[in-house]
Design a protein around this ligand. Structure first.
Ligand code: COA
Length: 287
């Protein structure tokens, strides 16, 4: 992948994931929508960041029509992480994905662990399992959060780039690998809330519509307080989501249910040589 590919890569992933959502979303789930321009912009910024720091993990496939596939992986400490993986709809199931994933996996040689957020596409699950990943189904909770259900949460403060050392320490404790440079782009993109008490530390990046984009903490009590804080940022009239909840993170199911949200399952946490981290609600891209 070259820097000039980033806009076309963004379009390809928007098209690929929207087509997947239309194909797989049950009628009772929140209806799929095309990626907004604001999200597309954040996506390009994130991809440019990944390409700058992990260029050898970023691969595209082309045919005479242009770009037809992309796989991008990062390495943080000794963990290999897949950030994105898509083949153009209509050209899937013909072996392009296998070549792209093999190229991205080669960037992980020497890594001790691997992790990725797998979609519910059976073709993706097949590729990951054949590459040796263990698939842990995950849940998500969705729905509007009534104000009267929000508890008072104390000693959660606004965070900043000055908290990056603290967040890297929490990351290493929870998932053995710091987010490192990713915190630079994340602090510039998302609102950050932090807990730093004698009894526990943690942080959460908050989605613009409320709910967590990424949450990690040293214990469940701290994680629970942070998750409520992200839900408090939602609008009572709009649906909010807690995504990427593995069975090891039942504390998050309990918060979502206490908030009156509905529970569904979708996709997998795919891991190699590691157990599901907790308390941890990973992002889809940087995990
Ligand atoms: C996941 C994805 C990137 C894989 O790329 P691809 O080019 O389709 O992958 P491949 O053709 O190399 O491999 C697909 C495998 O699934 C098999 N397959 C095809 N259709 C299938 C189906 N309906 N159900 C199950 N397996 C299927 C293929 O035979 C192949 O297995 P094989 O190599 O053992 O024969 C692509 O399908 C895609 O973009 N999906 C939508 C977006 C997505 O889910 N991305 C993954 C994000 S985690």
């Amino acid at each position: 992948m070259a820097a000039e590919d980033v806009p076309a890569v963004e379009r390809l992933t928007a098209e690929g994931f929207y087509e997947l959502d239309l194909r797989t979303t049950p009628p009772e789930w929140p209806a799929p929508t095309p990626r907004s321009e604001a999200k597309a912009q954040a996506w390009r910024r994130r991809m440019a960041h990944i390409l700058r720091h992990d260029g050898q993990g970023c691969w595209v496939a082309e045919d005479p029509s242009g770009l037809i596939g992309v796989a991008a992986a990062i390495r943080r400490d000794l963990t290999w992480i897949l950030a994105t993986f898509v083949v153009r709809p209509g050209l899937q199931g013909r072996g392009v994905g296998r070549m792209l994933l093999d190229a991205a996996l080669s960037y992980g040689s020497g890594c001790l662990r691997g992790m990725l957020a797998a979609s519910g596409d059976p073709k993706a699950a097949r590729r990951y399992r054949l590459a040796g990943f263990t698939l842990h189904p995950w849940m998500f909770l969705s729905g509007p959060v009534p104000r009267d259900l929000l508890p008072v949460v104390e000693r959660v403060r606004e965070g900043s780039a000055g908290d990056i050392d603290l967040m890297n320490s929490v990351d290493r404790r929870v998932r053995d690998a710091a987010h490192g440079v990713d915190h630079e782009v994340l602090t510039a993109t998302y609102r950050l809330v932090v807990v730093d008490r004698t009894t526990g530390s943690g942080y959460a990046y908050v989605e613009p519509r409320g709910g967590p984009y990424l949450l990690a903490a040293t214990n469940r009590r701290t994680a629970t307080d942070l998750l409520w804080e992200t839900l408090a940022a939602s609008s009572p009239d709009a649906s909010c989501t807690i995504a990427h909840v593995s069975a090891a993170n039942e504390w998050a199911v309990d918060v979502g249910m206490a908030a009156g949200m509905s529970l569904y399952t979708s996709g997998y946490l795919a891991l190699r040589h590691m157990r599901p981290p907790m308390p941890y609600l990973p992002s889809g891209h940087f995990l």
